[in-house]
Write a protein that binds this ligand. Sequence first.
Ligand SMILES: [Zn+2]
Length: 53
Amino acid sequence: MKCPVCGKEAKPTGKEWKFGQFDAKGYKCPACGKSSSAYYKEGKLSHTVPKTK
Ligand SMILES: [Zn+2]
């Protein structure tokens, strides 16, 4: 998936979890180093949230 911060391709971290009715996956962008979470609903990408740290 695309990094929500810089738009480059982010790599999955392998982390997956449930968030309410969403399936969430962790991503890390090699270009800018930001981590983000992608939320899927019924197999479709719903939204991405950059991690603030
Ligand atoms: Zn990035």
